[in-house]
Ligand binder design. Sequence first.
Ligand code: MLT
Length: 397
Amino acid sequence: MIKVNDNYAKLKESYLFYRIGQKVKAYKEAHPGEPVYRLGIGDVSLPLCDAAVKALHEAADDQGSAERFQGYTPEPGMPFFREAVADYYAGRGISLQTAEVFVSSGASDELGDILDLFSRESAACIMEPAYPAYLDANIMAGRKITTLSAGPENGFLPTPEENPDADLIYLCSPNNPTGAVYSREQLKKWVDWANARGAVILFDAAYEAFIEDDSLPHSIFEIEGARTCAIEICSLSKTAGFTGTRLGYTVIPMDLERGGMNLNAMWVRNRTTKTNGVSYIIQKGGAAVFTPEGQEQIRKNIHYYKNNARVLMDALDKAGIEYWGGKNAPYVWMRCPKGMGSWEFFDRMLNDIQVVGTPGEGFGPCGEGFFRLSAFGHADETKTAAERMYRLLESLK
Ligand code: MLT
């Protein structure tokens, strides 16, 4: 009899956003026609920017042209896409070879796939509350998992002084779900820790474009020493609305070596075996995001979402509720009122005011008592949801 991967038995019964989706579906079935305001999963509401749409159309035409048709694409990425990403980093003073940039079909896919580079005996450290895919991907792989707790006491930003026991550590900055952002000094401590220990940092930069405070780093590669200890995973999902289109990129420096092996070369070997590249059309659309025109257009969209975050924060201020994030991130992380549990507050929000958020407990046990609001909705719906939430919070006093 075949032996299946019984690590799956150690997973929670369903993935966080699937569970929320099921609860919302059940509510809608029981209350047909009633509007539901979605501040839950961080899915974007604005369409792709014009520059990306134009490039997608042109690339589709290329596929219908005998002269310009493109079959398989190079697995690590089309040169034009890798160059566009390297130029984007250069704009921030980070020098990358194009061969250090890999295309991906999105950060969440990549965060799981990249684990192929590390032995199952290597321990992974996850800072909780955390994006749940980090934990689930490591459980599926049967890896030893340790956690560091993030909370108001450490500004939701654990540091190596907390002595993590790990070979692989996840840093997400700006953080999902708390919106906390590491400073250069704090990241330097992590880089020094990883280099001294021979560990690897998996730096999730999916929300870097939401940083508005110039003193904060967007990339781990702004930190001296990161080229010998870090991999950066990024995505065009939140930055440019590619949640449905699927596109991301991963930076693995040539200098990153462990156990006498080069991780960049290993990833080339992995991608060339396990993928046939990412769609030419989508990479064309993605490259257009990095043009001056594309950057100007996506900045407007990010500004729109930041306004939503402001509307949510204003409602919480008015209700006297403590919260974090929202300024350099598209998520507002609030304390549940009256000491409520996070799923209890989720149910009150859904049943009483038809607003969907994300219970903090879904991001790990130390997220209990907190609740995440996403700023990715439509402005008018976010405004209505914020007004309803304010009234609910007042009624609970
Ligand atoms: C979230 O809501 O945390 C994210 O949208 C989920 C994701 O990016 O997969």
